[in-house]
Ligand binder design. Sequence first.
Ligand code: FMN
Ligand code: 173
Length: 409
Amino acid sequence: MSRIACVKDIEEIAIRKLDKNALDFYYTGAQDQLTLANNRTCYDRYKLLPRVLRDVSKVDLSITLFGHKFASPILVAPTGLQKLAHSDGELATVRAAVRKGAGYTLSTMSTTSIEDVASAALKAEKALSSKGQTIDGDKGGRWYQLYVFKDRSVSLDLIRRAEAAGFEALVITVDAPILGNRLANKRNSFTLPSHMEFGNFKSYAKLVASSNLAGVEKGSIAQGTAEADPGYWLARFSKDQLDPSLTWKDIEWLKENTKLPILLKGILTHEDARLAVYYGVDGIIVSNHGGRQLDGVPATIDVLSEISVAVREASAQKNKKPIPIIADGGIMRGSDAFKAIAMGADAVMIGRAVLWGLVYDGENGVCTVLDILNEELRLSMALSGCSRISEIDSSYVLDQSSEIFLSKL
Ligand SMILES: Cc1cc2nc3c(=O)[nH]c(=O)nc-3n(C[C@H](O)[C@H](O)[C@H](O)COP(=O)(O)O)c2cc1C
Ligand SMILES: O=C(O)C(=O)c1ccccc1
């Protein structure tokens, strides 16, 4: 077999390896998958405008967020059910993130517990130090993604556990009050194999019953009518347990209940970006959930520049520095990350790319994905004349379909 040269090569192998139930869960988007497709094609529309004759003999990828130095602005997005990809699941991913100094966010919907992920990460950090290996970033840098449950005591307990386990920020996902309309998962009656389960809910009786961890075959839930019953295990669990009544008031409640920085994941408009600053959150993740929630929303790169203006203005009104903006969706190349940063992101997250690495070769596969994307980003920077992430701005990209561009013609 020929050697792996890019993340697409790894994706192809992963597609061949996974069964239909798991592949469709990872790969597909909601409804007509318009946003999923757009997430990819939009990057291709932005052209790079390189500057030359600048010293690029040293290119520094590192960034600092919330006082923490990361080796690269490419962070690992929270994705649920990672044991479907590899038997080591979340443990493999977090170990890879440690080895590469990459930011890592653990999903509420993990197949491994918060505590086991934290202890694997600490062990991996110790192993690196004892080998005398250094990474270009600080230790730690792990965040916890929270879905807010109807039973608020569960959410509070998850926060306490994440804090106790050393997670350093909370990522509140706000674009999934209800799970998106995922047709492939419906058709497949998507389910977890019986030997897998959620990693965090064992002590919450209601969640155990509702997720059928108590031994009932997960796939055997009767198919209801489309309206009354979302039709498959995960959609039903989400409908029963996640709180669709969440509002900005609850962000205040969360702030009262933790000292950790809070990021909102799933912001797509400048109005909500302003509200996020107004309500005092510490960062936003501009995301369409990888095209898995509301189909038909724009690709994140297309809304980044107006959101970054809004964040700057709203933060200035409070006499504060702009809060960090992270973007995700469709990033499969280091040059995609470069473009997102140019359009206003401070960092980016990768979801599926990590999952493909995990399927391909567990921990080492995720390391390979991170290495490839970081090297591609380094190359984009060097060839564009940038030696630091902070130098990358909108002068390095051209959006050929934007009104500004068209009005210049
Ligand atoms: C299989 C899968 C599971 C996901 N699970 C979660 C999750 O549990 N929580 C969450 O906030 N986002 C979740 N996401 C969304 C990702 O965090 C991220 O926004 C998205 O994957 C980015 O797009 P990309 O996959 O094109 O990189 C999931 C995405 C995928 C593909
Ligand atoms: O699939 C997802 O996108 C997601 O966010 C999720 C929700 C519930 C369980 C697992 C993943």
